[in-house]
Design a binder for this molecule. Structure first.
Ligand code: FDA
Length: 306
């Protein structure tokens, strides 16, 4: 119920204005978002890579509606990738890209062309791109674009969401040699016709999908903060004889940092997903929807004014 209310607020322009203009939301935003500029992204990438973490940077923004906006998003990624390479942070640092920020909703070809240019810049910088997955109406289009990109840039990563009923089959399709696949639970509000609704069903699906990916020939990227799923992943990785360099854990910036450090200390590859940019509202609201404690943290920041 609370999750639905917050996800609804994530699409409300009125709530967005309220939250964005409140100066005291800054502290709460800073916990989950690296900052607003390319320099902020570089600074946090430097800190994390020095700390033994891998990084995936996400320039915040989604649902771009004009070709100009889409072009600006592409330009930002190209600039970022050049800067990451110049700073020596690649290949530990890669980028995550939302196709909707590149124009997918108004012209798939435009989104593909921009994504291709970003993949080329990543290859030049010696690193990779992962295509974030958005709501289920975009899944087919995103997987089509992924397949085309992989023709020239085979390291391009996919994201699959365990809450979708189709995902186990998608995992089978994508668990092939060289295929990088991030498995997450899924962050959008989806109807019962396409998605499991209970947490237990989603968790079970996650485990089935994880088994498929770990048993297959690709490179699984297990994105979750869930202690139970992380423990199962550690167990299954041994079972499927996957060494530390043959899969990775991924967690979000600011979420369970002590667990990120523990996994790193155990010798696993840990990639921290680092969002940055002005357009942090939708991202922040999805994080709040996931966990009541995050909401309490946010409320404290709202009232403490520090
Ligand atoms: P969930 O939110 O169910 O949390 C399970 C448990 O984890 C909690 O009960 C608690 O024990 C622990 N936990 C979670 N948050 C905590 C916190 N702040 N502090 C302490 N404990 C906490 N989604 C999507 O739709 N498309 C995408 O492309 C991506 N990409 C992506 C990349 C990466 C690297 C990650 C980690 C996640 C995504 N997601 C995503 C988001 C994902 O779908 C999902 O919404 C969140 O990861 C939350 O799901 P969890 O698996 O963490 O479990």
């Amino acid at each position: 119920m609370l999750r639905s209310v917050i996800l609804a607020a994530s699409r409300s322009a009125r709530v967005e204005r309220l939250v964005e203009t409140a100066p005291f939301t800054r502290g709460a935003v800073r916990r989950f978002v690296a900052g607003t500029t390319t320099d902020d992204a570089l600074r946090v990438s430097g800190e994390l890579t020095a700390d033994g973490m891998a990084v995936s940077l996400d320039h915040l923004g989604e649902d771009t509606v004009t070709p100009e906006q889409a072009g600006a998003v592409r330009a930002e990624y190209v600039t970022l990738l050049g800067a990451l390479a110049a700073a020596g942070y690649t290949p530990a640092a890669e980028v995550s890209v939302k196709l909707s920020a590149l124009g997918q909703r108004f012209d798939e070809q435009v989104a593909y062309d921009h994504a291709r240019a970003i993949c080329a810049a990543a290859a030049e910088a010696g690193t990779t791109v992962t295509l974030d997955m958005e709501d289920h109406t975009t899944t087919d289009s995103t997987l089509d674009i992924l397949a085309k990109l992989r023709g020239d840039f085979p390291g391009t990563g996919a994201v699959l969401q365990a809450y979708l009923r189709r995902t186990e089959a998608d995992c089978r399709d994508l668990a092939t040699a060289g295929s990088r696949v991030r498995l997450c639970k899924g962050a959008y509000k989806e109807p019962e016709s396409v998605a499991y609704q209970s947490g237990l069903e989603v968790d079970r699906s996650y485990v089935r999908c994880m088994n498929v990916l770990l048993a297959g020939g690709g490179y699984p990227m297990l994105a979750t903060h869930d202690p139970r799923l992380i423990a199962i992943a550690e167990d299954r990785a041994h079972w499927f004889d996957r060494g530390a360099g043959e899969f990775e854990f991924q967690l979000l910036y600011g979420v369970r940092p002590e667990e990120q450090a523990r996994l790193r200390d155990e010798g696993y590859t840990v990639r921290v997903y680092v969002p940055y940019g002005d357009d942090w509202y939708g991202y922040l609201m999805r994080r709040l929807a996931e966990r009541p404690a995050n909401l309490a943290f946010f409320a404290r920041a709202l009232t403490s004014r520090r």
